[in-house]
Design a protein around this ligand. Structure first.
Ligand SMILES: Cc1cc2nc3c(=O)[nH]c(=O)nc-3n(C[C@H](O)[C@H](O)[C@H](O)COP(=O)(O)OP(=O)(O)OC[C@H]3O[C@@H](n4cnc5c(N)ncnc54)[C@H](O)[C@@H]3O)c2cc1C
Length: 517
């Protein structure tokens, strides 16, 4: 897997602001404004065929696909630049190689969503190839993985969209959906620097990237330590949350169904706890990938979950460190300590971890994260106590002794808190030993909207809501606790929802908003 270079990490704001927004503000709106009562009240009004909320992989794929069907399309983007989490990602668009494997890995996932992604991902790859979009090879022999260079891909898709006559409006957020008296979706109310805008459309696609930054939803479903989480997503490691569940809230308000499962789980990786300096792109430099190889203790010095399987019962179903990262979110301050030894450092925490030879210990240290290294585990534990975060050295030493004894006997699976995957349950024997203070990073949420195989959002009586579609991780329950890829949800559902939205006929009940809006 390639790691995108730092120089490759910023989508040019000037390009989009200069090229698109100025044009929209000065020209396109003027032409599109309808002389309606709303216009007279100061709220501008635009008419289009399809409006798409969000410009990550879900939104951009849907936008170009809808255009290819001849639709006029407006993409709204809340942030000052397009690309969302997609542009900060590692760019591996993947899911499992067989549908059976998907069901086995995430049996509580939604089979309709999982099957739709599995079936359509290769079609989405063909679509990108036909467009000439930058798209690298996948894993050897894989039919369900390809690599996008995130920044170049986003730039390409935006250019393609604009060349086709599409309008991208940055710094313009969808506030709510508009419905008519027959409860058909007829557009959105949006807000930008220019004020409020009503955009009337035959169809709306929500692709707002989930709810990792919604204090309310995260606190209700995942952890009460919302404020301690790193926003490892479009918000770039903790600045103002962008992924505030806007698609979910807006659709819920008009009767959309939430997925039945997946709400307490999410995708992410550990990141430095309270670093004193700001992180720079790429976020993967500061993301841990070796929690499952480490011994992980909380601020009380105790192991709290199986580092290899989190809370999963039954036979191991794979997973990687995302599982311990999820469990860490529920520990005090969503914080824990990863502890490992030299062989793990060399093979897992440093080099050959699949993401370039970044020494994570050094990366954490360089931005002022709490780190420790010592030649004995006792000395390491003392240094951890000296961080001043209340970690008792004595408890840590006792936990490490207990773990090491069990691991040396091949019995870590039998510990009161087991470490189930034996291959990863190695004793920490070889100095130097390492410890870093880690905080949960949240990337994409797994609970979300219920949809059918056409990408239509379903109502709470499980009927399609006329005129409303979704793409990307606003759609819930593809992954469920175990991670099965995120970009694939945007690629596959963008591929489907775009043309379906483009074919949506004008609303039968007309353009006058009903009582809800
Ligand atoms: C470091 C890192 C590495 C990753 N690597 C991978 C990987 O290799 N493979 C993989 O599958 N996944 C990966 N991911 C996860 C993946 O990038 C995301 O889950 C995926 O990009 C989500 O796509 P999306 O289109 O659903 O949402 P996003 O790309 O987040 O786009 C949503 C957009 O909607 C906008 N928005 C929100 N609210 C509104 C509103 N009200 N109005 C208008 N716009 C709004 C947001 O600002 C955002 O731009 C990674 C993530 C990170 C951070």
């Amino acid at each position: 897997m390639a790691r995108h270079a730092e120089t490759n990490s910023n989508v040019s704001r000037r390009h989009f602001l200069g090229g698109t927004v100025a044009g929209v503000a000065a020209g396109a709106w003027g032409g599109a404004l309808a002389g309606t009562a709303q216009a007279q009240t100061g709220v501008q009004e635009i008419r289009t065929d399809v409006v798409i909320c969000g410009s990550g992989i879900g939104g951009l794929t849907a936008a170009v696909r809808a255009q290819q069907e001849g639709a006029s399309v407006i993409v709204l983007e809340k942030a000052y630049e397009p690309g969302g989490t997609t542009v900060h990602s590692e760019g591996v668009v993947w899911t499992s190689e067989s549908y059976e494997q998907i069901r086995e890995t995430a049996p509580y996932g939604d089979p309709v969503v999982q099957g739709t992604i599995f079936d359509n991902l290769p079609r989405a790859f063909d679509f990108y190839d036909d467009l000439g979009a930058p798209l690298g090879a996948g894993r050897p022999g894989s039919t369900r993985s390809r690599q996008i260079p995130p920044v170049a891909w986003v730039n390409f898709m935006v250019d393609e969209f604009e060349r086709g006559g599409g309008t991208l409006m940055v710094e313009t957020a969808m506030l709510r959906l508009l419905t008519n008296r027959q409860y058909e979706v007829i557009g959105v109310l949006a807000e930008g620097e220019q004020g409020l805008i009503r955009i009337l459309a035959n169809a709306v696609i929500v692709a707002t990237g989930g709810w990792a930054g919604s204090a309310q939803l995260v606190t209700q479903n995942i952890t009460r330590y919302f404020g301690s989480l790193h926003q490892r997503n479009a918000s770039f490691g903790g600045r103002k949350p962008l992924l505030t569940g806007d698609g979910f809230w807006a659709a819920s308000q008009i009767g959309a169904a939430p997925t039945e499962e997946g709400w307490d789980s999410f995708y992410g990786h550990g990141m430095p706890a309270r670093p004193t300096q700001q992180m720079k792109n790429p976020l993967t430099n500061y993301s841990t990938y070796h929690g499952n190889w480490s011994v992980v203790v909380n601020l009380r010095g105790r192991r709290f979950a199986d580092e290899t399987q989190g809370k999963q019962d039954g036979p191991p179903r794979g997973g990687g460190e995302q599982l311990i990262n999820q469990e860490m979110a529920r520990q005090p301050e969503a914080t824990s300590v990863y502890i490992w030894d030299e062989p793990i450092n060399a093979r897992r925490a440093c080099a050959a971890c699949g993401l370039g030879d970044i020494d994570k210990f050094v990366a954490f240290k360089n931005i002022g994260g709490a780190v420790a290294t010592a030649n004995t585990l006792q000395e390491l534990a003392k240094q951890m106590e000296a961080w001043g975060r209340g970690i008792p050295a004595e408890v840590v030493s006792q936990q490490l002794d207990e773990y090491n004894q069990a691991a040396e006997n091949g019995k870590a699976w039998a510990l009161p808190i087991p470490k189930t995957i034996t291959q990863q349950a190695v004793p920490l024997k070889q100095p130097p030993f390492y410890a870093t203070l880690v905080q949960t990073g949240i990337t994409a949420t797994y609970g979300g909207l219920r949809v059918n195989a056409q990408g239509q959002v379903l109502s709470r009586s499980l009927r399609p809501i006329r005129g409303l579609y979704a793409a990307g991780v606003d759609i819930g329950n593809h992954s469920n606790y175990v991670y099965l890829g995120n970009l694939c949800v945007g690629a596959a559902f963008g591929y489907i929802s775009g043309p379906n939205a483009a074919k949506q006929p004008a609303p039968q009940g007309g353009w006058e908003t009903g009582p809800l809006t």
